[in-house]
Design a protein around this ligand. Structure first.
Ligand code: SF4
Length: 369
């Protein structure tokens, strides 16, 4: 069996940053537990690994004892949650992805300017809940074109649409087309809201899935961007399964499969992909070949709240950033794969810190800002 390994895949810069934030806090602060509001990223393994290290994930700020440390997850939170945390005198550290923060800022600004905001996304998803919280009176969620007749529109000339960052690009375009047909003067967001990582992982599956008999996406069921990757494979005519890890593999999936595509969602650790590959090589004699569909490089500044905490504990955050590139050296891993479990390395680099989301100078991902 031939295994095509999609690249880019796996961790995006926002997920690296969120995981790094919790990692740093665990290093800096001796007291346990550390609390995280919602799953830090939507991946079962990431969550359980942190639970093993003394992190407690909560669904309500009221569960956190007064004065404790609380991390806001990569998906962002509403201003009301921030206020509740402040009222309870919690030490809040914000691990929201800067690309989610961008959508929050857009929603809040348009609402302030008297626009109604149509937020294309999945009702109840943590990111959507947080964005709605910026202006609940002005935002309505559009999950599909079927929702459009039920929208309450006050002035069709004061409308803007925004999107969740992890949507299917194709599905979003269909909904946007229907919104434009219903409300021709609806405004576009100032820049693309679907993020660079979502876009690049989807394009890779779109390009490679038609050449394959089966697609395996490593990621959790509650990961929106991972779900979208499996859906895109099906839309390209190739069956796909979303799995948390190799233990969920079923033998009968591989009957008649000559070429298999493996990819992973933006919140799935690479060591789980390597574990799956190791099993495929051992059990099926798989030949692994990585396909680099696009190259990406992204750099985020550290969250301000983390920098303050670092300074308080004698760590100098000056010049430290979160930087991620397309560096999956699969060839040397295949050669040395007796070390099948490769720990995920965090990437606080010594590059000059920049404020907000910043592409690195050699950035190839033009659609992210
Ligand atoms: S998927 Fe995109 S928006 Fe979400 S954390 Fe990653 S980079 Fe940020």
């Amino acid at each position: 069996m031939k295994v095509i390994l999609a690249n880019p895949r796996g961790f995006c810069a926002g997920v690296y940053m969120a995981i790094d934030v919790v990692d740093q806090i665990l290093t800096l602060i001796p007291e346990r537990p550390i609390y995280v509001y919602h799953e830090i990223v939507h991946n079962r393994h990431v969550v359980s690994r942190f639970e093993d290290r003394g992190v407690v994930f909560v669904e309500s700020v009221d569960e956190v004892p007064e004065g404790a440390t609380l991390v806001f997850s990569a998906h962002g939170v509403s201003p009301q949650i921030r206020q509740t945390a402040q009222d309870r005198r919690l030490r809040a550290i914000d691990a929201t992805c800067p690309l989610v923060t961008k959508v929050h800022a857009e929603a809040s600004r348009y609402a302030r300017d008297g626009y109604q905001v149509l937020l294309i996304g999945h009702n109840g998803h943590d990111e959507v809940v947080g964005t709605i919280g910026e202006a609940p009176h002005a935002i309505q969620v559009v999950e599909s074109a079927d929702d459009i007749p039920n929208l309450e529109i006050h002035d069709p000339d004061r409308l803007v649409y925004l999107t969740q960052t992890t949507l299917s690009r194709h599905d979003a375009q269909v909904i946007i087309g229907s919104l434009r047909a219903a409300y021709p003067s609806i405004k576009d967001p100032p820049s693309e809201d679907i993020c660079y990582a979502t876009t690049n992982r989807q394009l890779a599956v779109q390009r490679l899935a038609p050449e394959c008999d089966l697609v395996l996406v490593v990621g959790s069921q509650n990961s929106s961007n991972s779900q979208r990757l499996a859906e895109i494979a099906w839309a390209e005519g190739t069956p796909a399964f979303l799995i948390d890890d190799k233990s969920e593999i079923k033998q009968d999936w591989f009957e008649g499969v000559d070429t298999l595509l493996v990819t992973s969602g933006a919140s799935a650790p690479e060591d789980l992909v390597r574990g799956l590959l190791d099993m495929l090589i051992t059990r099926y004699g798989a030949e692994v070949q990585q396909e680099d569909v696009s190259l990406e490089s992204m750099e985020f500044g550290l969250p301000a709240s983390l920098k303050i905490l670092m300074r308080e504990h004698g760590e100098d955050p000056t010049g430290r950033t979160i930087r991620i590139g397309s560096g999956h050296d699969i060839d040397s891993w295949v050669v040395q794969r007796e070390q099948a479990s490769v720990p995920v390395r965090m990437t606080i680099s010594s590059h000059a810190a920049k404020s907000g989301p910043q592409p690195a100078p050699d950035d190839d991902s033009s659609d992210c800002s």
